[in-house]
Design a protein around this ligand. Structure first.
Ligand code: ATP
Ligand code: F6P
Length: 444
């Protein structure tokens, strides 16, 4: 096998030819799909090609709604069908790696040593590193809550009575328990690379983590929690630069921006549904700090340089018309590939995503956070939560004077918007346009 290279290419550190298979391990209803999907979203946000292969989805083509005894290892037909599903998923995954995929995530129980060895051998033959990620949880109340929340509504139980579905799923878990072996529980799997998450992260065990990409994934997964919470996002109030159509800078709020700052505590209270204090993160620029200054004293406030607006370098302080006049080629290049275009002496959206990674990590660890930041930064954070494609997110319309509340759920994020009744200019700009203030088009 050719040696692997980890290189820095100016777009952050990337393992150029590393291929990793994250192999989920654990009994049903332990959050494996939840973890798999979050890992995929995080990696895709960092522009790392990642894809989940869910064996249950393959199994459903042959056995759409099986009852618990289908999962009994004594059931030959069930065993054959489940093995075929795993083979189909792995075969598709290997085809995907051959097309250039980087991190495949095999979402199945992989609960026996034999199955893990089989997956490991298949991957090793293709030069793919394997990272086993096990979720082990013995909290009966939590497992039953998981079953009620996500399993009774699964395609396996469409049209069935939820109580019967719960009972059947419980029996399914019992079938798996008969053969389940926690990874390296007997000490004979210590040659594997693995992360074991015990009781939703109250303890983690890591073994033989080999390279940068694996450690990124492991560190991210170690920070996940499932306590209910929301994240609030707001741009700063309208600034004097916004009125002039100038980008960047460190301007004061306009009179209407001031009104928004005064209104923000009420909007937040309304959206929180009570007086629960939030933690507030702003950038280090005047306009976000001024916007957050009327929030109650019991809200902890923290300023992050990483939340400062995208650095427009030599174009800082210009209007889009001035940029087009002075740097016409740059103006066109930015519109052609807005995500990757880096301002002269400044940043691209891609650069911003990389500097926001610690913010995302901290957000995953935290509970209720209100972020008061800037247009480009907010687009990147929003794209992470809402899984927006990075070719589209730099063109998104994020209006001034609007509070966005995002609430992560098991398999997605809910969004609510609270619009302050205070007019503001639009800073959205369509491709090719140099208008100072332009009405956003619907698709943006
Ligand atoms: P199955 O094997 O049936 O596919 P699964 O292990 O993939 O089950 P999920 O569908 O991911 O289970 O279960 C989602 C639920 O698990 C969510 O309610 C989520 O809050 C919860 N959850 C997420 N992480 C964990 C964890 N580490 N331990 C236990 N539960 C978790
Ligand atoms: O116009 C407000 C602003 O926050 C500028 O400071 C920043 O350069 C710009 O938005 C980012 O938006 P775009 O990437 O669409 O130019």
């Amino acid at each position: 096998m050719a040696p692997r290279r980890n290189t820095t290419n100016g777009r952050g550190v990337q393992a150029e030819d590393t291929k990793i298979c994250v192999v989920m391990v654990g009994l049903p209803a332990r959050g494996k799909s939840y973890i798999a999907q979050k890992a995929q979203r995080y990696l895709q946000w960092l522009s790392i090609d990642a894809k989940v292969f869910n064996v249950g989805n393959y199994r459903r083509t042959n056995a759409p709604q099986p009852s618990a005894d289908f999962f009994d290892t004594g059931n030959a037909e069930g065993e054959r069908s489940r093995r075929a599903a795993a083979e189909a998923a792995i075969s598709d995954m290997i085809g995907w790696y051959r097309q250039g995929g980087t991190v495949g995530i095999l979402d199945a129980t992989n609960s026996t040593k034999d199955r893990r060895k089989w997956v490991w051998d298949k991957c090793a033959a293709e030069g793919i590193e394997v990272l086993f990620v096990e979720s082990k949880c013995d909290d009966e109340d939590l497992i039953m809550a998981n079953v009620r929340d996500v399993k009774t509504t699964s395609p396996d139980y469409v049209g069935q009575d939820p109580d019967e579905a719960m009972l059947d799923f419980r029996n399914r878990i019992k079938m798996y328990e008969k053969v389940y072996k926690t990874i390296d529980g007997d000490g004979d799997e210590s040659h594997y690379t693995y992360l074991k998450i015990l009781d939703v992260g109250s303890q983690v065990v890591i073994n033989r983590i080999q390279d940068y990409l694996q450690s990124r994934v492991v560190y991210y997964l170690m920070n996940l929690h499932i306590r209910p919470r929301s994240v609030w996002l707001s741009r700063h109030g309208e600034s004097m630069y916004n009125l002039d159509g100038r980008i960047g800078g460190d301007a004061q709020l306009s009179p209407r921006g001031e009104q928004y700052a005064r209104k923000l505590p009420e909007l937040v209270r309304q959206s929180v549904g009570g007086d629960r204090p939030l933690t507030v993160w702003t950038s280090t620029l005047k306009r976000t700090i001024a916007t957050a200054r009327f929030l109650p004293d019991d809200y902890n406030q923290l300023q992050w340089k990483a939340l400062d607006e995208l650095d427009a370098g030599l174009c800082d302080g210009m209007t889009y018309q001035e940029i087009k006049d002075i740097y016409p080629e740059d103006f066109v290049a930015r519109d052609e590939d807005k995500y990757n275009y880096r301002y002269r002496g400044g940043e691209s959206y891609r650069d911003v995503v990389i500097r926001l990674e610690p913010i995302i990590m901290e957000l995953e660890r935290s509970e209720d956070i209100l972020i008061v930041t800037h247009q480009a930064i907010l687009r990147c954070i929003y794209a992470y939560f809402m899984k927006k494609d990075h070719t589209k997110s730099p063109w998104m319309n994020v209006p001034l004077h609007c509070l966005i509340k995002l609430t992560p759920r098991a398999y997605g994020t809910d969004e609510e918007r609270y619009v302050a009744d205070i007019p503001a200019v639009s800073t959205w700009r369509g491709k090719g346009s140099t208008a100072k203030h332009e009405d956003p088009v619907a698709a943006a």
